[in-house]
Design a protein around this ligand. Structure first.
Ligand code: ATP
Length: 366
């Protein structure tokens, strides 16, 4: 297996700069997910690692060896595309066997290796069928089988389950995770689906406009977003972001959101920390996920009265829109906790889940 290093990689298509100063080390046996909105450069990065796309400058190393001048076929990397890309005239067995035959392996070795991969993917029962007789999920299993069969140094996957329906995607997600646990092939996986990224990745690489925004474990990027882009891209429903004014009056520190008359209580040390990170004229934004907004029926210290605007019942919990100043704060509550829109409830912030950002630069201030 392999370590993959991208060092100062740049890629231009004409005058369009689609990968900017990319520096990334993917450890041997790691499962890394490139996550970002459409057009942010994920596929181009993956294709550059595979050798399907030249880079404009920089270096790509696999196991310490620069490969940017090597043909794709000499990089010992397998690629799984979103669309199955199987040979329609060959059986499933022959599709999986194809790379082994191309490498001149003996018949016995081909049989053994196809058998092993087919068992791991639970597809032995349709090895004699042709792709056209298979469902989308099964076709993609075959494509993954073909990618894995030569035990490549790394496997690169470009939205491999993006074309499947929601239920099948969930099943395949679980299966991909199991396969990785068993095979431990260094894997780089592209998706714009953050749930897929969270569930599969050892580490997530969040990208926007060709720029790497943050690299971290799923929990790290969820809990400690480096900037406003990551904060709003990761998590569903999205993190609440609101213009914030922090003040200390009469020994109490509060934060007012969206020009609201009453502020939410903050621990005094948070203001100190913010004071150190932010300049006097820094415009602040507060970020808090819906599960970090605490809602109560009764007034108590540190809670602010707010009106419920909208209640979205999601089965095991509700998302409640609360009117705060000119804006809305979305809270996650127990199902049925707030009964009707228009009800007045009391809200406070779980400050361990509250983030501040520099509104202009987007940078997290902690
Ligand atoms: P998606 O999820 O839509 O595939 P992505 O994040 O994978 O998006 P890329 O496909 O890498 O993004 O594209 C990055 C940028 O490069 C986009 O602006 C795209 O239009 C542009 N681009 C990609 N391939 C080419 C090409 N062959 N020629 C010119 N521009 C290209």
């Amino acid at each position: 297996m392999a370590e993959i290093v991208l060092h100062d990689v740049q890629k231009y298509f004409g005058s369009v700069h689609v990968i900017r100063d990319m520096n990334l080390t993917i450890a041997d046996r790691e499962f890394v997910v490139l996550l970002g909105p459409s057009g942010c450069g994920k596929t181009t990065t993956l294709r550059a690692i595979a050798g399907l796309e030249d880079i404009s400058s920089g270096e790509i190393r696999i196991d310490g060896k620069p490969v940017q001048d090597l043909e794709a076929s000499n990089r010992d990397i397998a690629f799984v595309f979103q669309l199955y890309a199987l040979y329609p005239h060959l059986t499933v067995f022959e599709n999986i066997a194809f790379p082994l035959r191309a490498a001149g392996e003996s018949r016995a070795d081909v049989d053994r290796q196809v058998g092993e991969v087919a068992r791991a993917l639970d597809i032995t029962h349709f090895l004699k069928k042709r792709p056209s007789a298979l469902s989308g999920g099964d076709m993609q299993r075959v494509a993954i089988g073909r990618a894995l069969v030569r035990r490549p140094k790394a496997i690169l996957m470009d939205e491999p389950i993006g074309a499947l329906d929601a239920k099948l995607r969930e099943d395949m997600r679980t299966e991909l995770k199991r396969l990785h646990i068993e095979n431990k092939a260094t894997s780089v996986y592209v998706t714009h689906d953050q749930v897929e990224a969270m569930s599969l990745a050892d580490r997530i690489v969040v990208m926007s406009e060709g720029i790497l925004q943050q690299v971290g474990t799923p929990l790290d990027v969820y809990r400690n977003p480096a900037n406003l882009f990551v904060a709003q891209f990761i998590g569903s429903p999205v993190m609440n972001i609101a213009p914030a004014a922090v003040a200390t009056e009469g020994g109490r520190t509060t934060v007012r959101l969206g020009g609201a008359p009453q502020g939410f209580a903050l621990p005094p040390e948070l203001e100190k920390r913010l004071g150190a990170a932010a300049g006097r004229d820094t415009e602040l934004s507060l970020g808090v996920r819906p599960e970090g907004v605490i809602v109560a029926h009764e007034a108590s210290d540190g809670f602010v009265p707010v009106e419920a605007r909208l209640i979205e019942p999601l089965g095991s919990y509700d998302i409640v829109d609360l009117k705060v100043g000119e804006g809305t704060l979305r809270a996650r509550t127990r199902s049925g906790f707030v009964e009707r829109p228009g009800d007045i409830v009391f809200a406070s912030l779980d400050t361990s889940q509250t983030h501040f950002f520099d509104t202009r630069s987007g940078r997290s201030l902690g």
